[in-house]
Design a protein around this ligand. Sequence first.
Ligand code: PMP
Length: 372
Amino acid sequence: MIYLDNAATTRMYDEVIDIEKDFEKKFFANPSALHSFGMDVENKVKEARQIIASYINSNENEIYFTKGATESNNIIINSIASEKNTAITTKLEHSSVIDAFDNSSFKEVKLISNDNQGFIDFDSLENLIDKDTKLVSIIYVQNEIGCIQDIRKISDIIKRKNKDILFHIDATQALGKISCDVKKLGVDAMSFSSHKVHGPKGIGGLYVKDSFKIKIKPVLFGGRQEIFSSGTTNAPAIYSFAKALELSNKKEDFSYIRDLNTYLREIIENTISDIHVNSPYENSSPYILNIAFKNIKSEVLLHMLEGDDIFVASGSACSKGNNSRILSALNLDEKYMDGAIRFSFSHDISKKDLDFVVEKLNQYVEEIRKVF
Ligand code: PMP
């Protein structure tokens, strides 16, 4: 199998599968229990919180576990939403941000302009901020095309205008890959997820700077285990997530992934005509390469490739069946709009795998273009 859909989800590291299995056997007590067995599990959760806090350079008590980035994004947006407040975001957000805003009670949600590579316009952001602005939420690494926003610069613009505005980033595609140091980035809140870093699914987290904690409201009421989200603590998943993140430090080789990305892009550019590279060449995550093939239906191409055990995405998995909102925001030529394929990499892909992918791409693109 050649799995090139790692931005949708990753395969758990084998070591983490073993860690989680062992944890389920040995540490199945409820960490909220008063007995010593419960305390042992609580200590494991504490260890996980410490690992993640040190990874993002925050305090332990600023990390809240959630069931994933979707929940984290919803917690932030719903906490700040009110008929008196306005928020600012981009056209390039994940559906869990866009949909949460669409269903929120904000007086207005303003959209920052962007260029045709997905980078936001700093003047546009500055001009949108007014006295009612209480939240700015920005995607750090865009999940369909990979553009990386200059978060520090954005933070400086916001904080220069009003330091009480909560600045939140969705770092789901960034964690474990590029720096997520919350102090260097200058963010007040950050969402992230375990299953994008070879950890288990259904677990993620939210960083909230201590001084902003008072503004955050729970989404699920109950035992208040994670303050903003109630329910029995998923200790095995939390611990495995932290271990996956720790392992990613050793296993992930950014320059190897960059090499794979460039290799695939260049051979596609050199062998297939009428293509458009939607991912920027600079300031882009090497883990994501989005290429549109003119006059091709990406779904047809995707299904032909799966016949050879090659798995890619058309647009993002979360916007299945819809025309890509993101590609529309980039003003991509209509002729390319239906033909975008996202290749997303991991450490276990080789150049030989990519040679095979390109051989099949050449064959199928030619076949589809002959028919349509
Ligand atoms: N934000 C981004 C940028 C994502 O890529 C994803 C996952 N596709 C999410 C949020 C949602 O993450 P989760 O699956 O953990 O809810």
